[in-house]
Write a protein that binds this ligand. Sequence first.
Ligand SMILES: NC(=O)c1ccc[n+]([C@@H]2O[C@H](COP(=O)([O-])OP(=O)(O)OC[C@H]3O[C@@H](n4cnc5c(N)ncnc54)[C@H](O)[C@@H]3O)[C@@H](O)[C@H]2O)c1
Length: 243
Amino acid sequence: MQDFDFTGRRILVTGAANGFGEAMADLLHAAGATLVLADVEVEPLAQVAARCGAEMQVYDQADPESIERLVAAAGEIDTLIGNAGILVAKPLLETSFEEMRRVIDVDLVGALRLMQLVGAGMVARKHGVILLIGSQTAFSGGENRAVYAAAKAAISQLTKSAAVEWGPHGVRVLCLAPGRALTRMSRETVKEGRSGDRGLARVPLGRWGTAQEIAKLAMILVSDAAAYVAGETLVADGGYVVG
Ligand SMILES: NC(=O)c1ccc[n+]([C@@H]2O[C@H](COP(=O)([O-])OP(=O)(O)OC[C@H]3O[C@@H](n4cnc5c(N)ncnc54)[C@H](O)[C@@H]3O)[C@@H](O)[C@H]2O)c1
């Protein structure tokens, strides 16, 4: 159980104001981590940060200068969980150029720039763990998910190359790819009939996931219990991709 004692570990969680990021913050706080929580939404972030005794940083992952300010303010980070993301759930033919750019900017370019800047410090210090949050759609694709799935597929690919380049420097990079879990992001699309798949019938476990289940897996993957895992994407989707 020592592997799950995060005392003394400084962890930056992005997208920490809601959903998976919020659940990760609660769990890692309970496990003793020192948290830096970042998000674009000020009020909900302040609530989570207060609850977790964490530092909070407001930033916009679509804005490179804002990302640079976040990394400078966050200091020496032992573990990064790059979780912030957006979904524009629309058919490809109805997706505007601005919407495409926004999804790619936040979910891919911003996530990549953030992990590059945080990774540089980790490589210099010869120690670190980076967990990127991808998506099952990287493997399955899906209706109303074209741009999002493309960005998330790139995140899985990025994970492999970064793991190869930074592994020799003591930095472990890996990816967690959730299926549908009922956070705000997915609830809205389910409610509006834009769920983008053939529904629960495709999930062998017969239910959607929860933010807590994804947070527990994230905790395992960044812990020393997973010390020999690098470059991999773990799909947590109730069996959707293989079903
Ligand atoms: N919920 C799902 O079913 C599901 C499935 C697969 C992958 N994911 C991924 O998991 C991650 C978390 O999603 P969630 O379900 O918790 O959604 P969520 O909407 O509850 O949380 C996402 C968080 O990211 C923040 N964020 C959005 N844009 C940002 C920006 N420009 N800068 C900084 N922060 C920003 C939001 O404010 C929010 O707090 C995302 O990367 C998402 O793509 C979610």
